[in-house]
Design a protein around this ligand. Structure first.
Ligand code: ADP
Length: 630
C-alpha cells in the first residue's frame, strides 16, 4: 500500500523583504517628514507670532503711555506765561528792563521744569525773551515766524512741533501757546523739550522703538541710524515743503527702506532688514514685528519693533522635532505593520501545521485501527493455531500412547514368554522347597529360595521397563545427553553382549529440553534399529556425534549397516512401516521417536551418507548446562 505524504506544504515562517519597498519608501517618508516639519513650523511660527503680538501690544501700550506722559508733562508750561504780568507787560510795552526781568523769570522757570528752553515771541515771530539769554547761541532777537508752531499758536491754536533748532541744530519738541490779552493774541510762548531721556530709556531696556511724526519722519528712535528717516515715501512737493520749513534743518530725509514688509493686521506688520557687514556685504535678513499706535493728543505714531528671530528659531526647532517625531511615528507604524504581517504569517503557518498535524493524527488513528483489527485477526489466528496445535499435540500424545500400548501389546507375547519361564521355574522350585523343608533338607531349600529371589528380581526389572515405557511424560522436561546414552546402552546391554559393536562417542554432555525417559526411549529405538541393521555383518560400527547449532543440539546416530533401500525411504516415519520379519518389527519406533522429538520442540531426520550406512539426526532444544554440584 502506498503511503500518502502526510506533510503538506507549509507557509514559510519568515517574511521575505520586498525589494521594491526599500526603494520607494524613503521618498514618501521624506515628503511626509518635510510636510510635517513645515506644518509644525507654520503652526509654531503662527502661534509664536500671535504670542509676540499679544506681548508686543502690552509693551506698545506701556511705552506709548510713557511717551505720552513725557510729552504731556510740558503741555501746560507755555500757557503758564499767560498768568505772568511781566510777560504781558513786555509784549505790550517792550523795554530792556522788562526783557531782563522776563529773561530771568524764564531762566528760572526753565531750570525748575527741566525743559531745554523757554522763550517768548512777539506776534511778528521775533524772540523777545528767552531762558538761554546768557548763552552764546541764545535765541534772543531771532525771527522764528517761519516755524509752524508759531504760525499755529499765533492763530490761537496749540502749536506742536518737532524739529531741529535753526540756531543750535539740536532736535527738540516745541510746544507753543498764543498768549491772549484783552481778547487778542499778543505773543507766543514756546517751550523746547529734549526727548533724549526717552531714547536712553529705550536703549537701556533694549527696546527697539521709534516715534514718527505727522510727516512720517522718525523723530525719536532707539536706533540712531533710523532717526530722521521717512517711514513712508515722500513726494517731491512734500520734500520741498519740509525743506522750506527747516523743520528738520538741512537733513536729507531718506526713506526708511526695509527689505521686506508684510502687513499682518491693523497697525501690525512684519518687517525685514538686510544685515550688512563693515564692507557693506549683505548677510541674511533680520525680521521684526512692527506694531504701531497713534499717540494721544499728537499726530505722532509710536512703533515698537519686536525681533521675530527667536520665534522663527523656536518654530524651526518645533518643525524639526515634528519632522523627527513624524519619521519616528512612521517608522513605528511600518515596524508595527511588518510585525503584524510576520505574526499573521506565523499564525497561518501554525494553523496549517495544526491542520497537517490533525490530518496526521487522523491517519495515524486510522492506521492504528487497521493495525488493531489485523492484530486482533492475528491473535484470533494464533489462538486458532494454538488450539489446532493443542488438538494435534493431544492427538500426537494419544498416538504416542496408542503406539506405546501397541508396543506393549506386541511386547506382551514376548513378555509373557519371558515371564512364563521363570514362573514355571518358580512353581517347580517352590514345590521342591516345600518338600525339602518337610524332609529337613534346609541347605537345599535355602539355595532354592535364593534362586527364587533372583528370578523375582529379573521379573521385576522386566515389568519396570515396561511401566517406564508406557507412562506419560512431560514434553518439556530436562535431560542430560550423557546420562540418556548410558541408560539406553544399559537397556540394550543384553543385545550388545550378543552383538558387540565398536562405539564412537563424539558429543558433549549437554542439557536438553526433553524428558529424560523420552530421550532414552528415542536413543533406544535408534540404537536398536542400528543393531538390527548390522546384525548380519561382522564389522559393526556405531558413531554418536553431536554439535551445537544455535539454540539446538544436533546428535547424529550413524551406523555402517546396509542402509535403507530406495523404495523404503519415503515410508520410514509412517506408523507400522517395517521391513523386519515376523514378530521382530512393529513399525512404530521411528514414528514414536519423531513424535517425541517434535513434541519437545525438536525434530528427527534421516540422511544417507555416501560412505554407506544410515545416519539419523536428532535435533533438540539446548538448555543452559547447570553448574556441577560440588
Ligand atoms: P521396526 O524397527 O519395528 O521395523 P521402526 O520404525 O523402528 O520399526 O523401523 C522401520 C524400518 O526402518 C525398519 O523396519 C527398517 O527397515 C528401517 N530401519 C530403521 N533403522 C534402520 C537402520 N539403522 N538401518 C537400516 N534400516 C533401518
Amino acid at each position: 500500500m502506498q503511503c500518502p505524504n502526510p506533510v503538506r506544504r507549509l507557509p514559510s515562517l519568515t517574511v521575505k523583504p520586498k525589494l521594491i519597498r526599500p526603494l520607494l519608501l524613503p521618498i514618501p517618508l521624506l515628503l511626509l517628514m518635510l510636510g510635517c516639519g513645515y506644518g509644525a513650523y507654520l503652526v509654531s511660527a503662527g502661534a509664536g507670532t500671535r504670542g509676540l503680538i499679544e506681548s508686543g501690544e502690552r509693551q506698545l501700550e506701556l511705552h506709548a503711555r510713557g511717551v505720552e506722559s513725557e510729552i504731556s508733562r510740558y503741555t501746560y508750561l507755555p500757557s503758564l506765561l499767560e498768568l505772568e504780568n511781566s510777560v504781558s507787560d513786555l509784549l505790550l510795552q517792550p523795554s530792556a528792563q522788562r526783557r531782563e526781568l522776563v529773561n530771568g523769570y524764564l531762566e528760572g522757570l526753565n531750570r525748575r521744569s527741566g525743559s531745554r528752553a523757554i522763550y517768548l515771541l512777539d506776534t511778528s515771530g521775533r524772540v523777545v525773551a528767552t531762558s538761554n539769554w546768557q548763552d552764546a547761541d541764545s535765541y534772543l532777537g531771532e525771527d522764528l515766524a517761519f516755524r509752524a508752531y508759531f504760525q499755529d499758536a499765533v492763530r490761537g491754536q496749540p502749536g506742536r512741533f518737532y524739529g531741529i533748532g535753526s540756531t543750535t541744530g539740536e532736535p527738540g519738541y516745541y510746544l507753543a501757546h498764543g498768549l491772549v490779552h484783552g481778547g487778542r493774541v499778543i505773543g507766543v510762548a514756546v517751550v523746547k523739550v529734549r526727548m533724549d531721556a526717552l531714547e536712553e530709556r529705550w536703549e537701556k531696556a533694549r527696546l527697539q522703538a521709534f516715534v514718527s511724526d505727522e510727516n512720517g519722519i522718525i523723530i525719536l528712535s532707539s536706533d540712531p541710524h533710523l532717526r530722521l528717516q521717512a517711514v513712508r515715501p515722500l513726494s517731491p512737493a512734500d520734500k520741498e515743503r519740509l525743506a522750506r520749513s527747516l523743520q528738520y534743518y538741512w537733513w536729507a530725509l531718506n526713506e526708511w527702506q526695509p527689505s521686506s514688509r508684510k502687513p499682518l493686521g491693523d497697525g501690525v506688520e512684519e518687517i525685514g532688514f538686510r544685515d550688512r557687514d563693515a564692507q557693506g556685504q549683505e548677510h541674511g535678513e533680520r525680521l521684526y514685528l512692527a506694531q504701531t499706535r497713534r499717540l494721544n493728543d499728537t499726530p505722532w505714531n509710536f512703533t515698537l519693533l519686536s525681533p521675530l528671530r527667536d520665534v522663527r528659531h523656536e518654530a524651526m526647532i518645533h518643525g524639526a522635532l515634528a519632522a523627527v517625531g513624524c519619521a519616528l511615528l512612521a517608522f513605528l507604524l511600518i515596524a508595527w505593520n511588518e510585525r503584524r504581517k510576520v505574526l499573521a504569517t506565523r499564525l497561518a503557518a501554525r494553523e496549517a501545521l495544526q491542520q497537517a498535524n490533525n490530518e496526521l493524527e487522523r491517519r495515524i488513528a486510522e492506521r492504528t485501527a487497521d493495525l488493531r483489527a489485523s492484530n486482533q485477526h492475528l491473535r484470533e489466528q494464533i489462538r486458532e493455531r494454538r488450539q489446532a496445535e493443542q488438538t494435534l499435540r493431544q492427538a500426537q500424545d494419544r498416538l504416542v500412547q496408542a503406539g506405546k500400548l501397541a508396543v506393549i501389546g506386541q511386547m506382551s507375547t514376548s513378555i509373557a514368554h519371558e515371564l512364563n519361564q521363570p514362573l514355571a521355574a518358580l512353581r517347580t522350585l517352590s514345590g521342591n522347597t516345600v518338600r525339602f523343608l518337610a524332609r529337613g533338607a534346609l541347605d537345599t531349600a535355602s539355595s532354592n529360595l535364593e534362586a527364587i529371589n533372583e528370578m523375582v528380581d529379573r521379573m521385576g526389572r522386566i515389568t519396570a521397563s515396561l511401566r517406564a515405557f508406557a507412562r506419560r511424560a512431560d514434553d518439556h522436561g530436562q535431560a542430560r545427553l550423557g546420562k540418556a546414552v548410558d541408560a539406553a546402552l544399559l537397556v540394550l546391554q543384553v543385545r550388545l553382549k550378543a552383538c558387540p559393536l565398536s562405539l564412537q562417542r563424539e558429543y558433549d554432555d549437554v542439557c536438553l529440553g526433553i524428558d529424560q525417559t523420552r530421550l532414552e526411549q528415542i536413543l533406544v529405538n535408534l540404537i536398536a534399529n542400528a543393531l538390527d541393521a548390522m546384525s548380519e555383518q561382522d564389522d559393526r560400527q556405531l558413531w554418536l556425534s553431536g554439535r551445537r547449532d544455535g539454540a539446538l543440539y544436533r546428535l547424529t546416530v550413524r551406523d555402517n549397516g546396509p542402509g535403507i533401500p530406495q523404495d523404503a525411504r519415503a515410508h520410514l516415519f509412517e506408523p507400522f512401516f517395517t521391513t523386519k520379519p515376523g514378530e521382530h518389527g512393529l513399525g512404530l519406533g521411528l514414528t514414536l521417536s519423531a513424535s517425541l522429538a517434535t513434541a519437545a520442540g525438536g525434530s528427527l531426520g534421516v540422511a544417507y551418507p555416501e560412505a554407506g550406512g544410515t545416519a539419523f539426526e536428532l535435533s533438540l532444544p539446548l538448555l543452559p548446562t547447570p553448574e556441577p554440584s560440588p
